[in-house]
Design a protein around this ligand. Sequence first.
Ligand SMILES: Nc1ncnc2c1ncn2[C@@H]1O[C@H](COP(=O)(O)OP(=O)(O)OP(=O)(O)O)[C@@H](O)[C@H]1O
Ligand SMILES: [Mg+2]
Length: 300
Amino acid sequence: MDEEIKSFFAPYFSQGHNTHGKTSIITIANQKGGCGKTTTAINLSAALAKRDFKVLIVDLDSQSHASLGIGVDMENLDCSIYDVIVKNIDIERVIVSTYLKNLDIAPATPMLSGAQLEIADLLGREGILRNVLYKMLNTSRKDYDYIIIDCSPSLNLLTINGLVAAMFVLIPIQTHYFALEGMGELFSTIKIVKERLNANLQILGILPTLVDMRTKMNRNILSQIKDYFSDRVFQTAIRVNIALAEASASKKSIFDYAPDSNGAKDYIAVTEEVIALTRPERVPKKDEKENVKKDITRDT
Ligand SMILES: Nc1ncnc2c1ncn2[C@@H]1O[C@H](COP(=O)(O)OP(=O)(O)OP(=O)(O)O)[C@@H](O)[C@H]1O
Ligand SMILES: [Mg+2]
C-alpha cells in the first residue's frame, strides 16, 4: 500500500463513541491466519467482563477456537451460530454462559464451514448476523455492553457478516516480515462494506501482536506499522508470551491462568485503550488504575 491509499483510508478510522443503545459491537478481523484474532477476542472479552461489562463473544469461525478456548462444552451443544445464520433461529437460543461471570458466547462448530454456501443465494445474505444481533438487542432481556465477534482467517461471507454487524473493526497484525501484505485487500473490503452495507463501520485500531522486541526485525516491523498507521495503532503491543497459548489450551483467560504474565499485562492495557475509545466515561481516574488491575487479575 502506498501513501495515496493510506490517506484515502484515514476517514475510515474510529472517531470514537459509536454504539447501538449501550452496546458496542467490535469485530476482530484479518484474513491472515494465526495473527492473534482469537487470543484477542477471548482475552479482551474476559478483561471487559472482569471490568463489569456484560460481554458476548460471537464465534464466526468454523475452527471453533474461541468456543474451545473459553471452555464451551462442545459435546453437549444443541445448536450453534450455524443455526442462527442458516436456519434463522434466535441467537438467544444458542448463547451459553462461560465460567466467567458477565461473559457469554454464541459458539461455533465445524458445521459452520458449510454455512457460506447455504446462504450464498439469499437476498440480504451479508446482513444476517446484523439482523439477529439487533433483534436480540431491541427485543430481548439479553443486554450486552460489548459484543466481540471473532472471524476466521478469510474475507468470506461470514467475515463480511461480522463487518456489517459491527460498529468497530479491530485488526490484529502479527509483527512478522509480511505483516502489511494483504492489508490492501482487507482495507478495500472494509471500504466496500462501509460504502454499501454499513456506513457506521469504523476501524477501532490496529493491534500489533506476537511482538518480540529482542529481534531487530520485529522492532523494525513494529516501527513500520506505526509509521504506516500512525496514531491508529494501539499504544499497547501484545508481546510473544507462551502463557497466552497455554491459557487457551487450558480453556481459561490469561487473567485466570497466569495473572502476572506479560500476556495478562498487555491485554489489560489494550482493554483500557478499547474502553477509552468506546466508553470514555468508564476510564478510571489515575488513582483508580491500580485497583482496575487488581480487579481483573483477582480470582473469580
Ligand atoms: N502473544 C502471543 N504469544 C504467544 N503465542 C500466541 C500469542 N498470541 C497468540 N498466540 C498463539 O498463536 C496461535 C495463533 O493465535 P490465534 O489463534 O489467536 O490466531 P488467529 O488469528 O485467531 O488464528 P486463525 O487465523 O487460525 O483464526 C495460537 O496457538 C495462540 O495460542
Ligand atoms: Mg482464530
